[in-house]
Design a protein around this ligand. Sequence first.
Ligand SMILES: C[S@@+](CC[C@H](N)C(=O)[O-])C[C@H]1O[C@@H](n2cnc3c(N)ncnc32)[C@H](O)[C@@H]1O
Length: 229
Amino acid sequence: MNSGPDAAPPIGPEATAASELFGDRLPLAIRYARLLTTVGTEHGLIGPREAERIWARHLLNCAAVADLLPLSTRLVDIGSGAGLPGLVLAIRRPDLRVDLVEPLQRRVNFLVRAVDELGLAEAVRVHHGRAEERTVSAAVGACEWVTARAVAPLARLVGWCLPLLAPGGSLLALKGRSAAAELDRDGVAVRRAGGTAGQVVECQIPGLDQPSRVIVIQRAAHRKQKGSS
Ligand SMILES: C[S@@+](CC[C@H](N)C(=O)[O-])C[C@H]1O[C@@H](n2cnc3c(N)ncnc32)[C@H](O)[C@@H]1O
C-alpha cells in the first residue's frame, strides 16, 4: 500500500521549467515523481523530506542534463539508486537507450518496477551489479556516455566509469557547487585513469536560479604508455 507522502505536480516556476523540459512527457514525469515519493519513500530510497523538493532538486536537476546528449545515443547510468538521473533522462528523451547499473537489490527491485509501471521497457534496461564488475562491463561496456550522480568522489568514479566508455566517449558526473573544486582536486587521478582534463558545464533550468553542474570528462583516445614522453 502506498502510504508515503505524495508528490503534487510541480507548481510556480517549477511547473514552467517542468513543462519546458519534459514537454509532452510531463505526465510520465509526474507519474515517476509520485512513484518516488510513495513507493520510493516507503522503501527508504528517498528521504521523507525529499517529497517537497522532488522537482527542483531531483527531476529538474537531472532532466536539464539531457541537453548535453545527442540524438539517439546510448548511455549507462552508474549507481542509479531510485533512477536519478538515468530514468529521468529516459523519460525526457524517448530517443535514448539507457542502461541503469545499481548494486543494491532493493533499489534494483524499485527500478524494475518503475520501468514496468512507466512503460519504459523498450528504452531502459536494469543491471544488478557494480560498475567495476566484469559482468557489468560485458553487458554495457564500450558506450558513448556514462552518467553518475552522487555516487563517489571523482577520483574513484573515473576508475569505475572510464573503462565502460569507448575511446572518445564522455562521463557526465552530476555534482553540486563543489564541481570545480573537485575537478581541481582530482585532476591528476582523472588523467591517470585515462581521462582528459575535463571541464565543468552548467545546464540551465528554465526559470530557476540553480543550474545543474556537470563535470564532463572524455576517455582519452589512447592511454599514455608508462615512460613515453
Ligand atoms: C547516494 S546514492 C545516489 C543515487 C542516485 N544516483 C541519486 O542521485 O539519487 C549512490 C548510489 O551509488 C550506488 N553505488 C555505490 N557504489 C557503486 C558501484 N561501484 N557501482 C555502481 N553503483 C554504485 C549505491 O548503491 C547507491 O545507489
